[in-house]
Write a protein that binds this ligand. Structure first.
Ligand code: RIB
Ligand code: CA
Length: 311
């Protein structure tokens, strides 16, 4: 029985790969995608998301969401992201986003559900927090949140903060403390699952629309990472959001520890950091299954298998 999922995305290049995996995997039923400000302005995230579904020929409804963080003023973002660019390298979309606001659709969908839809935020948590604020009782309808975000040993937006959490720390704090089962796929995991230029050639060789596009997106990421945030192995890049989606298809692709996690919202140097209490020093009840390790061959095998499919 396919797992019902909703992806909340700030479509950039790795969100795009995650969306294609979710749309093409026989083990998932992608009910819709909601867009949020993050890698780029929300309107561009929406256009990019529409382009992805047009490209693979899967008509998934797209709902546009929050255009700025819940509390803070919008953050300064470069005109073009180093690893995402601006618009995805796909033809302009021919489909339209739905008229309903993403947060309203999320409230309505989870309220009416049988409690069987996994929510998969792979961007800043503004939409999810606004849904929970607007309708706290909807939390009971979410069986699990599988979040790409957070970091324990190393940040990517500051020394300690990961981008998705850093953009909207207040939203992230509300979500990680919502009381529902949470699996978090942080940089500590995604930075171990690096995809290389050779992997991209292998993807391109599959010849499907999804694999060819994924190769282009990941090559763009490799270029950006080598220039701005070189990984231990040059000519590689993490594909963060894709790992979060693969963890729903096969939970054994990541190794998690159940710990207490909270989010710094008032630190001059640590704003947006995920505070991971591995030593249980705070006495706070564990609330997050936090991924610290990855089965990299399994992750790659899943990516190649699913992106090698056609709609
Ligand atoms: O820090 C990585 C995360 O930030 C990914 O979700 C990427 O798409 C950006 O949103
Ligand atoms: Ca993202």
């Amino acid at each position: 029985m396919a797992t019902k999922v909703i992806l909340d995305v700030d479509t950039g290049t790795d969100d795009a790969v995650a969306l294609m995996i979710a749309a093409l995997s026989p083990d998932l039923k992608l009910l819709g995608a909601t867009t949020v400000v993050g890698n780029c302005p929300c309107t561009i995230c929406t256009e990019n998301t529409l382009r992805v579904f047009d490209h693979i020929g899967v008509p998934i409804p797209v709902y546009q969401g929050m255009v700025e963080p819940m509390v803070r003023p919008d953050f300064d973002r470069p005109e073009e992201s180093e690893v995402h660019g601006k618009y995805l390298d796909l033809p302009e979309s021919t489909s339209q986003a739905q008229a309903q606001h993403a947060v309203d659709w999320l409230v309505e969908t989870f309220s009416a559900s049988a409690g069987d839809i996994t929510l998969v935020p792979v961007g800043p948590l503004t939409n999810v927090a606004m849904m929970l604020r607007h309708c706290p009782e909807v939390a009971a309808q979410i069986p699990e949140l599988v979040i790409m975000g957070g970091a324990h040993h190393i940040g990517n937006r500051s020394a300690l903060a990961e981008f998705n959490i850093w953009v909207d720390p207040e939203a992230a704090r509300l979500v990680v403390n919502c009381g529902r089962p949470i699996r978090m796929v942080p940089l500590d995991a995604t930075h171990k699952a690096l995809i290389s230029a050779e992997d991209c050639q292998q993807l391109r060789g599959l010849g499907t629309p999804a694999a060819t596009a994924a190769a282009t997106f990941i090559e763009r990421r490799i270029e950006g990472y080598d220039r701005s945030q070189p990984m231990k192995i040059l000519n590689t890049a993490p594909v963060h959001d894709a790992l979060a989606v693969c963890a729903i298809i096969d939970p054994t692709v990541i190794k998690t520890e159940l710990i207490a996690v909270d989010v710094e919202t008032k630190g001059e140097l640590t704003d947006g950091a995920t505070i991971c209490d591995f030593g249980n020093r705070t006495g706070k009840a564990p609330n997050v299954h936090f991924a610290m390790d990855v089965d990299v061959p399994k992750f790659k095998e899943m990516m190649f298998d699913i992106l090698g499919r056609r709609a």
